[in-house]
Ligand binder design. Structure first.
Ligand code: ATP
Length: 761
């Protein structure tokens, strides 16, 4: 084997630089071509609409062609820009065995050099200069091992800064390589693992390990489960899998959509760069608080409330709730129709309501509701022709005015807020008194501070499915003039304009703000109005419209162990025809009833085929840090899935105690030490009891973050300062599992600080 002297390394780097320069030159040409196509596409769409109004047919064709050209050219330009950095990251030196000749003599072995990169680039003769990492030709880069070299003599990882090659790391796949195959570097994986952690997760295309590659390239069909302990690369592997699926069947997955769901907004911000850096812009990233269009929630409920809101029992509560009359709905109808005095009592109305809801969604059954009332009214008349009476009844403006109040469309969020009334919750049954109090208190709080919680989103989705979409009731008064006004307004960029119903006859109550006469208020273009609106909690809670569930071709769920049964149902509605990638680790679960969750999860997957991959190497934590965490979890969860940490640093976690009154001061000192020891991010992870007192530590440096335990799910830092582990256990529904999450977030250094009466730093 060759030596790794500086000269040798420099010569190898220079040789690689030559190839990388060629690739960038080719790329510059491709960028120019994309620019030309873009400009040409734009020019092709120039039509003179101003004078004559509508474009001619041939102009329309031109516009369509332009859109297609501009779209693909812009995409190509965007991907060229995103993948500029580290475009070429790998090289394979292969040897193909020569075929035996006709006379039995063996043919010559042939050598091939193949470069692997973020996207495929060819030269003018269409010869590949770089192969896309997802192409079958790149598979040996990830799959070759000394036991099964797959024709690979040497695998080389190129480390680049911008367009410059700054290092190479080799792995030899054969025991006895040809003379000219030199081997340099200490291993690309270790280099990647020891580097500093920033605010964003990075892709691992250059160092994907063989067992990870198997999960990444697994067939798309059915449900692919990726399990394993903390830091085993489950998230990063799943994201590379999303990129691989898009590459392998673009029509299906780009057309049908790929949804990636993670636990929190902090998590989506953390992973958002990975897919663009792999050339994929089309994936939809959502946290559990913004899966449902029209709603965004980041606040978490206290564990006991979250447990009620997440359990399947709450479905029955919602089923009953969705049949309740609106609190302000009229309770009887008195009307003259065809000379007959009709009186429908509260009991009649209740009967009508349950009859209609047996066959219809509430929000799309206005006509059915009026006809059912007509049937009940006819029972009181029984004279003349039934059909004639029903026609008169349905056409009566008084009946219509009543029905518009009684059967007005209800927004699922508005219905959920009815639960602020504790008497109503009690009347609905289903949950215990104590649970009912928690629910009512939670919605009273929402009505005070104008904020939904993450668990509410799944409940709104459930109610939306039960109630049907909120549609405006047909309005005879809404004539041509108003429609034109609406069009005009939209031209001027007015975002939220709604034409109300017919004021006099009693209208469908618009959710958008209205003035005293019930006329719509234009929010977006009127700063004083929007200020007024943002101050009113109820208006904030009901702003916008809830969309119907978008469906996807693939759904990727990270931290799946934390989904409540209701959240599984919410995702199930979005993946009815989808294939799934599901990532999780039960030992990190913060959900208390795991059995109920797994039932709901099975229901979401249906009878899809299952495939599972287990990751057993921890790439995140220094071994010393992980050993500490593993001891904690083993004591309480003996069957926890414990991976092997591959990297030793010699730095054991530091365990400190402090009297409560000195804790903040000691935390500040411990933080200062950590900032000296690492270059990247440092997180102070604190339970709620210390939060307010420790928030100020975030001002110590830009790279410091003060964060609660649950929000660290899926994230990692160079160093962590874990404050009051016992309180972390006590505050979380997941108990010690939550602490396990917290203790496995640091890559390089960790300090644990406990408040102890009379303790010393
Ligand atoms: N093959 C690899 N090459 C380089 N880095 C890797 C590799 N595999 C994993 N890592 C790194 O290990 C760290 C942990 O990965 P990731 O967050 O995906 O783990 P996880 O299993 O989802 O963890 P957790 O369950 O604790 O959230 C990340 O920094 C990731 O980039």
């Amino acid at each position: 084997m060759s030596t790794t002297t500086n000269d040798l390394v420099a010569a190898e780097i220079a040789a690689e630089q030559e190839h990388v320069d060629r690739v960038y030159a080719e790329l510059a040409k491709a960028a120019q071509r994309a620019e030309l196509v873009h400009a040409e596409g734009m020019a092709r769409g120039q039509t003179d609409r101003r004078g004559t109004g509508d474009p001619r047919e041939e102009e329309l064709a031109g516009l369509f062609e332009r859109d297609a050209l501009v779209y693909s050219a812009s995409k190509r330009r965007a991907s060229l820009e995103h993948q500029h950095e580290g475009l070429v990251f790998g090289r394979l030196d292969l040897e193909h065995a020569g075929r035996a000749g006709g006379d039995g003599a063996s043919g010559h072995d042939t050598r091939e050099v193949r470069y692997v990169g973020r996207l495929g680039v060819r030269d003018d003769d269409y010869e590949p200069l770089v192969v896309d990492w997802r192409a079958p030709a790149a598979a040996p880069f990830y799959r070759a091992t000394p036991v099964d070299p797959q024709g690979v003599l040497r695998r080389r990882v190129l480390r680049c800064r911008g367009e410059e090659v700054v290092g190479v790391e080799d792995d030899l796949m054969v025991a006895d390589p040809p003379e000219d195959i030199v081997v340099v570097g200490d291993g690309a994986l270790m280099a990647a693992l020891t580097r500093s952690r920033g605010a964003r997760m990075r892709d691992i295309v250059a160092t994907i390990q063989q067992h990870q590659d198997e999960a990444i390239r697994a067939p798309a069909r059915g449900v692919t489960e990726i399990t394993g302990g903390p830091g085993t690369g489950k998230t990063v592997v799943a994201l590379h899998r999303a990129a691989y699926l898009l590459y392998s069947d673009r029509r299906r997955f780009e057309g049908g959509g790929v949804l990636v769901v993670g636990p929190s907004a902090a998590y989506t911000a953390y992973i958002e760069r990975v897919l663009p850096s792999l050339g994929e812009e089309s994936v939809v990233l959502r946290s559990l608080g913004d899966v449902v269009g029209g709603m965004t929630a980041t606040r978490l409920d206290p564990p006991a409330t979250a447990a009620v809101k997440g359990s399947l029992r709450v479905r029955q509560l919602l089923a009953r709730l969705s049949r309740e009359p609106a609190p302000d709905a009229p309770t009887q109808l008195r009307v003259f129709v065809g000379g007959h005095a009709i009186r429908l009592t509260e009991a009649h109305l209740r009967r009508a309501r349950s009859q209609v809801l047996r066959h219809h969604h509430r929000n799309t059954s206005f006509d059915a509701a009026v006809e059912t009332l007509a049937g009940l009214a006819w029972e009181q008349v029984q004279q003349g022709e039934r059909a004639e009476f029903v026609d008169r009844f349905v056409d009566s403006s008084e009946v219509e005015a009543f029905a518009r109040e009684w059967w007005r469309p209800v927004d699922p969020r508005e219905v959920l807020l009815w639960l602020a009334d504790q008497d109503l919750v009690r009347r609905l049954g289903v949950v215990s008194d104590e649970e009912g109090q928690l629910l009512a208190a939670s919605y009273r709080r929402a009505l005070t501070d104008g904020e939904w919680t993450v668990a509410d989103v799944a409940l709104v989705d459930d109610l939306h499915a039960r109630l049907g979409p909120v549609v405006d009731l047909p309005s005879e008064e809404r004539g041509f003039f108003e429609i034109e006004e609406l069009d005009d307004a939209s031209q001027y960029g007015v975002a939220a304009l709604r034409v109300g119903g017919d004021g006099a006859a009693g209208s469908a109550r618009p959710l958008a703000p209205t003035d005293e006469d019930g006329r719509p208020v234009v929010v977006a273009s009127d700063p004083t109005a929007s200020e007024r609106v943002s101050r009113d909690p109820r208006t904030r809670l009901l702003a916008g419209r809830i969309g119907s569930a978008d469906e996807y071709a693939h759904v990727l769920v990270d931290e799946a162990q934390d989904l409540s049964p209701m959240q599984w149902r919410m995702l199930g509605r979005r993946g009815r025809w989808a294939s799934w990638t599901v990532v999780g680790d039960l030992a990190q679960a913060s959900w208390s009833d795991l059995d109920e969750s797994s039932r709901a999860r099975e229901e979401a997957f249906g009878s899809n085929v299952r495939r599972s991959f287990h990751m057993d190497t921890n790439y995140r934590n220094a071994r010393e840090i992980f050993d500490h965490a593993a001891r904690v979890i083993r004591e309480h969860v003996p069957d926890a899935d414990i991976p092997a940490a591959v990297r030793e640093t010699g730095h054991h976690p530091v365990e400190l105690t402090a009297p409560p009154e000195r804790l903040v001061e000691d935390a500040r000192t411990a933080l200062a030490d950590l900032l000296e020891q690492v270059d990247g991010s440092v997180a102070v992870i604190t339970p709620e009891v210390w939060r307010a007192r420790l928030d100020g530590l975030a001002d110590v440096a830009d790279r410091v973050l003060v964060i609660d335990p649950l929000s660290t799910k899926g994230l990692e830092y160079d160093a962590t300062l874990v404050v009051d582990p016992d309180a972390i256990v006590a505050e979380s529904a997941g108990g010690v599992r939550a602490l396990y999450v917290v203790l496995t977030r640091a890559a390089h250094r960790m300090t644990v600080l406990r408040p102890v009466d009379g303790g010393q730093g």
